[in-house]
Design a binder for this molecule. Structure first.
Ligand SMILES: Nc1nc2c(c(=O)[nH]1)N[C@H]1C(S)=C(S)[C@@H](COP(=O)(O)OP(=O)(O)OC[C@H]3O[C@@H](n4cnc5c(=O)[nH]c(N)nc54)[C@H](O)[C@@H]3O)O[C@H]1N2
Ligand SMILES: Nc1nc2c(c(=O)[nH]1)N[C@H]1C(S)=C(S)[C@@H](COP(=O)(O)OP(=O)(O)OC[C@H]3O[C@@H](n4cnc5c(=O)[nH]c(N)nc54)[C@H](O)[C@@H]3O)O[C@H]1N2
Ligand code: SF4
Ligand SMILES: [Mo]
Length: 698
């Protein structure tokens, strides 16, 4: 009997762009994966990673059943045994050392999986521990913090109306490669072309990135100095009478405070730190202010630096003060079909502190930068057991190499993960869920951050096998065992989304899970629309322009830059990261088509610096920081700003004991062997990756 091919539609859940896919399937095999031209949002766009969904599906290294570490290697065990054993060990450790002795770390793929989003909170509560960590504090925490302080909700994050703006100022983001972040905008290149036809795109980046290369203007900026540049932009707005609050006049507070502090940061004052001339800064401020519709966008390069919170706050101020906020072509809020930005989950901060460094809790978590010291510092409350779910902190957190060593000393560890990798190899038990094509999904996170209001449900392309479990099923089973009284409010994530859709903005028009199933390409609700002041969550329904926390942090900025002599001259380099189109953080290097070709894990360095160090192209050099060192091949390139070097993150698959055959053959090195867990944004607690000081030697 020959099987027929069938066509399935779903959204890719690998990155934030949520591209619509058209997948031809024959039996249990993928025939082809293409962009879905009828998807109202992505319109047929897809990137090379989507094709690799097939590779993940067929990957022989992928785990399908629980495994347990023994003295003679890993053995397969039943799900029931695994769940029971995990729960009894976590309870045993909590009984012996107290609840804080169990910690947890959640990684990035959770955000792309509605089952995890829905059931993780119950599971975390069942652990009754303050030691909760996630990739958020190595990523976008400053955005949450600033939204909480200015708009009253940690998830009220403005996105750029890229399809209607005439001028986009991009700082610390490379959307041509990352496909956009906190800005779900599939096919960003085409959208960018649209902006360039209407006006222009300017990029500020210490590396002439792929986005900078296609932009109308690129300026090198010294890593970590963006807050000063943005302050000067605001300075010029005030000095040259360019401030216009538009329809937000009467809905903002703290205006005078801003005018006051901006005085101290003229472009002439900040140029020596940013290395952007005063004249250029002034011109950019003027062009931005007079553009009919303009938007400033700041992402990873801004949020993962020493002044991440200040940067994101100032980006918002630039948009608000130039009448480009909550307005067509500016920074706007999405109106998602299932709204998760609600009065009851505005987010809280400062309810507890970390034990060792006394870092404050933010929205239910502690900064991941302190995870290492919480495991290694003896005393009451020390972490003795760790649960990781969809995370690879050994490669992705600052000073990951030391963290990896610390994992060896844990009394117990369990990982919910599809691979035996650099982190999970330290677990006692690995619980492997379904992933990718085997899962259903509704993007509960990224529709809230999208540049167009759409909704889409993705059914599983392949039903899971008898032996497999979904992430949310694993979480439910563990929660039940940790808390005997546990009654999940919903049995499946579909039930929750169905309710969310019916209660949402378009619920009255009959939107439901069934309607989304009937429209497999997705449903379009149109362009972003103004939603203020209604969508403010502050007590007084005002935008807080000058929150005390952020105002206070300006002193730290001044101290670091103005008071102390700059380190640039001392034969040291500032290290930054980079992404490339065929990677996804640390975990997709086991797909041959994504890693083939030349070595991409190289140290990018400017030609003048290479000459000064007497090093040549493709030479093995040593990169050393305060925390560690690594050995890496050079790639000399004009695209680097002098004094700055770049290494991509997510590599380093040369560790013993992992089961990733393809990745191990293209191992690379981990940049986080040299990043620093003590280098953080003191205000928000976010890890600082941009601008770590390193030496480079032949
Ligand atoms: N130096 C430096 N460090 C960085 C960054 C940087 O730019 N520079 N970027 C930071 C950022 S933005 C992020 S988001 C973090 C990412 O940090 P992490 O989330 O810790 O790392 P990932 O590489 O995303 O690891 C994902 C893990 O989930 C597993 N996985 C994949 N799919 C599934 C699934 O469906 N279910 C489950 N349960 N597991 C799954 C993978 O096997 C892998 O172990 O890294 C941060 N670290
Ligand atoms: N292909 C691919 N796509 C991805 C990912 C991936 O790993 N691969 N990861 C996904 C994830 S988890 C995230 S969070 C997003 C991130 O999406 P983006 O924010 O677009 O991330 P990056 O590509 O890291 O871009 C950061 C840029 O900031 C620059 N930069 C570094 N330091 C500074 C600085 O001090 N100042 C300024 N102005 N610029 C600086 C870097 O050179 C780089 O070009 O990407 C997502 N998409
Ligand atoms: S851009 Fe992101 S969502 Fe789109 S196909 Fe690539 S990985 Fe998937
Ligand atoms: Mo991220």
């Amino acid at each position: 009997m020959t099987e027929n091919t069938t066509t399935h539609y779903r959204a890719c859940n690998l990155c934030e762009a949520i591209c619509g896919l058209e997948i031809e399937v024959k039996g249990r095999a993928v025939v082809s994966i293409k962009g879905d031209k009828k998807d109202p949002f992505s319109k047929g766009y897809l990137c090379p990673k989507a094709i690799a969904l097939q590779d993940i599906y067929t990957d022989k290294n992928r785990l399908k059943q629980p495994i347990r570490r023994t003295d003679n290697g890993w053995e397969t065990i039943s799900w029931e045994t695994a769940f029971d054993e995990v729960a009894s060990n976590l309870k045993r450790i909590q009984k012996k050392h107290g609840n804080s002795a169990v910690g947890s770390y959640l990684g990035n793929p959770n955000a792309h999986n509605f089952g995890s989003i829905l059931f993780l909170p119950d599971f975390l509560r069942s652990l009754k521990t303050p030691n909760l960590f996630s990739a958020t504090s190595a990523d976008q925490l400053p955005h949450h913090f600033v939204s909480h302080q200015m708009f009253g909700h940690y998830f009220a994050i403005p996105v750029c109306d890229v399809d209607r703006t005439d001028f986009m100022l991009i700082m610390g983001a490379n959307p041509l490669v990352s496909n956009g972040s906190l800005m779900t905008a599939p096919g960003f290149r085409n959208r960018m072309k649209g902006i360039q036809e209407r006006g222009k795109v300017v990029v500020l980046d210490p590396r002439k990135s792929e986005t900078a290369d296609k932009a109308d203007e690129h300026h090198f900026i010294k890593p970590g100095s963006d807050a000063l540049f943005l302050l000067s932009i605001i300075h010029v707005f005030f000095a040259e009478d360019l401030v216009d609050l538009g329809h937000l006049k009467g809905h903002v507070k703290g205006y005078e405070a801003i005018e006051d502090f901006a005085k101290g940061f003229s472009p002439e004052e900040t140029a020596k730190f940013t290395q952007i001339s005063a004249a250029e800064t002034r011109r950019m401020a003027q062009e931005f202010a007079v553009a009919k519709r303009a938007v400033c966008y700041g992402r990873m390069g801004l949020s993962t630096q020493e002044f991440g919170g200040l940067c994101i706050w100032l980006v918002n101020l630039v948009n608000i003060l130039s009448n480009n906020f909550d307005k067509e072509g500016g920074a706007m809020f999405a109106s998602p079909a299932m709204d998760t930005v609600l009065e009851r989950n505005k987010g809280k901060i400062g309810r507890w502190k970390s034990r060792v460094s006394k870092r404050e809790e933010r929205f239910g978590e502690l900064p991941v930068s302190v995870l290492l010291e919480e495991i290694t510092t003896q005393g009451t409350g020390q972490i003795k057991a760790l649960v990781t779910a969809a995370g690879n902190p050994a490669l992705s957190t600052p000073n990951g190499a030391s963290l990896e060593k610390a994992l060896e000393d844990l009394e117990y560890m369990v990982s919910i993960d599809i691979y035996l990798n650099e982190t999970t190899k330290h677990a006692n038990i690995i619980l492997p869920p379904t992933t990718g094509l085997e899962t259903s999904n509704y993007d509960s996170v990224f529709h809230v951050l999208a540049v167009q209001n759409t909704a889409k449900y993705s059914p599983p392309t392949f039903e899971k096998t008898e032996e497999q479990r979904h992430d949310y099923e694993i979480l439910q089973e563990l929660t039940k065992r940790m808390n005997a009284d546990y009654q999940p409010r919903f049995k499946t994530p579909e039930e929750m989304v169905d309710m969310g859709l019916r209660y949402g903005e378009y619920g009255k028009s009959g939107i439901s899970i069934q309607q989304l199933k009937d429209q497999p390409h997705g449903v379009d609700f149109g362009a972003l629309r103004p939603v203020l002041p209604e969508r403010l969550f502050t007590e007084d329904k005002m935008i807080e322009l000058a929150p005390a926390s952020l105002l206070g942090d300006l002193d730290r900025l001044k101290k670091v830059f103005f008071a102390k002599e700059n380190e640039t001259t001392k034969k040291k380099f500032q290290l930054i990261g980079r992404r490339d189109l065929r990677t996804n953080n640390s975990w997709m290097h086991n797909s041959h088509r994504l890693v083939k070709g030349g070595n991409r894990c190289t140290l990018l360095i400017n030609p003048a610096d290479a000459i000064a160090l007497n090093i040549s192209n493709n030479q093995e050099v040593e990169v050393q920081s305060k925390t560690g060192k690594l050995s890496i091949q050079t790639e000399i390139s004009e695209e680097m700003m002098p004094g700055v070097v770049s290494i991509p993150h997510g590599w380093g698959h040369d560790r013993e004991g992992i089961a990733l055959d393809v990745a191990a053959a293209h191992a690379g090195v981990s940049i986080n062997d040299v990043t620093d867990d003590k280098f953080i944004d003191e205000l928000t607690g976010n890890a600082a990756f941009s601008g770590v000081w390193v030496t480079v030697t032949a």
